[in-house]
Design a protein around this ligand. Structure first.
Ligand code: ATP
Ligand code: MG
Length: 424
């Protein structure tokens, strides 16, 4: 646990590796303009962490003692956003935004509706201590290129560990999403979790389910699109988090032997695709995520009378998942996975219900099929139809496919021949 110290550790330019060449030129412009106008201007948060770790930062955030109104006066391209805490967004070409926040402190308690908005502004040390983990609370000072560390983040970077700032129980109670964030950054950097930080996750993990479902959805989005979803879920599972964030879906994963491992294997495929830069829609990412669950539900209950899509929709609602997945995504995922299941089944049996091709989710299902079967998205109009043809038509035509003989035999007895679409 990190306790508050007044005096920061200051690392001069000669003692660290952050060069201005590594900082986004627009972020540098913002920092310099604030500084020239007499304000403190620090690069903060994830950018400092990533630069120290030798990684390319995703975005560059700035903190300053200038008030939002003062920032706005300095930049013509500045827009103030946020109601409770106002942030300045400085817009640059190509949609780039540099976020500038005035130093703030953690509000002591929920502010009265009429309370002075300014009462959350603070000093640099207060701003460091209101942050989540020590490695996310380092400042890079543009006035002398030093790194300012109020919280022991430099030490934790060299020890490769994630440590919450302050008392873990209090900080998780203030904002349970910090539990998720601790696991995220430990998984992403392959860092250990400091003992008290980790112990409090085990004792307070249920708190996370009380966070807003849409905020949890945002957190899940970040991990699914990070390229590090598998390590995150591996760590989250080891802390017993799956039932907390996924309700009955997570409980099933915990209780079934192979389901978590199946999920981790699928997430590994997703991570590789994300890191390759494959264009994956949110529907496809979420379909990968829910595939092990859908397979299990269909195995258990798929033979019951009634429509499978309705069955999956009802089961999803009954699972009481604290994360709110928007209805359109949920519906697309269920339709896609229903078709995927038919595809996988078709490859075993040689029978496919080709009318599914007309469904809107068919192309997502085919993309998913390719990703799961080949590990990448195969170019071509319909990777599933190609795989089906390769297995059942071409092999059969060459006369070396037992399957074809079997199918013919069965067909004569029961169903009329399966139509295979012309474009095959
Ligand atoms: P990423 O690369 O994932 O964006 P990041 O550190 O920039 O990493 P953000 O979610 O963009 O993460 O948040 C920016 C900064 O805001 C963090 O570095 C941290 O200092 C602070 N922060 C974010 N969320 C919280 C929180 N729930 N509690 C306290 N501080 C937070
Ligand atoms: Mg960020």
């Amino acid at each position: 646990m990190k306790t508050r110290t007044k005096e920061p550790q200051i690392l001069p330019r000669s003692a660290h590796t952050i060069s201005r060449r590594l900082i986004d030129p627009d972020a540098l412009k913002v920092l310099y303009r604030l500084q020239r106008n007499g304000f403190k201007a620090y690069l903060v948060g994830g950018a400092v962490r990533d630069l120290l770790l030798g990684k390319k930062p995703k975005d560059f955030d700035v903190a300053t003692d200038a008030r939002p109104g003062q920032v706005k006066k300095l930049f013509a391209n500045c827009f103030l956003i946020g109601r409770r805490f106002r942030l300045a967004h400085i817009r640059f070409r190509g949609g780039k935004i540099i976020e500038v926040a005035t130093f703030r402190r953690e509000p002591e308690e929920i502010a009265e509706p009429e309370a002075d908005k300014n009462n959350t502004f603070g000093t640099p040390d207060e701003d460091a201590f209101r942050r989540d983990i020590t490695i996310n609370a380092l400042f890079y000072d543009i006035s002398n290129f030093s790194i300012i560390d109020y919280v022991g983040g430099l030490d934790d970077i060299s020890r490769k560990r994630v440590c919450i700032i302050g008392d873990p129980s209090e900080r998780y109670a203030e904002d349970p999403v910090r539990i998720w964030r601790v696991l995220r950054y430990a998984a992403r950097q392959n860092f250990t979790i400091e003992e008290e930080t980790g112990q409090a996750i085990r004792s307070q993990r249920e708190l996370l389910a009380t966070s807003s479902g849409s905020r949890l959805f945002e957190e899940l989005n970040k991990d699914l699109s990070s390229g590090h979803a598998a390590p995150f879920f591996r760590l989250a599972a080891s802390y017993g988090m799956l039932p907390v964030i996924l309700g009955d879906i997570g409980r099933r994963m915990e209780q079934s032997d192979g389901m978590t491992e199946t999920l981790l294997g699928l997430l590994d495929i997703l991570d590789k695709a994300v890191r390759r830069g494959d264009a994956l829609s949110q529907d496809v990412s979420y379909s990968i995520f829910f595939w092990p669950w859908v397979q299990q539900v269909l195995q258990e209950k798929g033979n019951l009378p009634g429509d499978k899509v309705t069955l999956l929709t009802d089961e999803f609602v009954a699972s009481k998942m604290p994360i709110i997945v928007p209805k359109t995504i949920r519906s697309n995922v269920i339709h896609t996975l229903y078709i995927l299941e038919r595809m996988m089944n078709a490859l075993r049996t040689g029978r496919m219900k080709w009318t599914l091709k007309k469904r809107a989710s068919y192309s997502d299902a085919a993309t998913l099929f390719s990703l799961l079967e080949h590990g990448h998205i195969k170019p071509g109009s319909d990777p599933f139809a190609e795989a089906f043809r390769a297995k059942f038509t071409e092999q059969g035509q060459k006369g070396n496919g037992d399957v074809r003989k079997k199918r013919r035999h069965r067909r004569r007895k029961s169903a009329p021949p399966q139509p295979v679409p012309n474009e095959l």
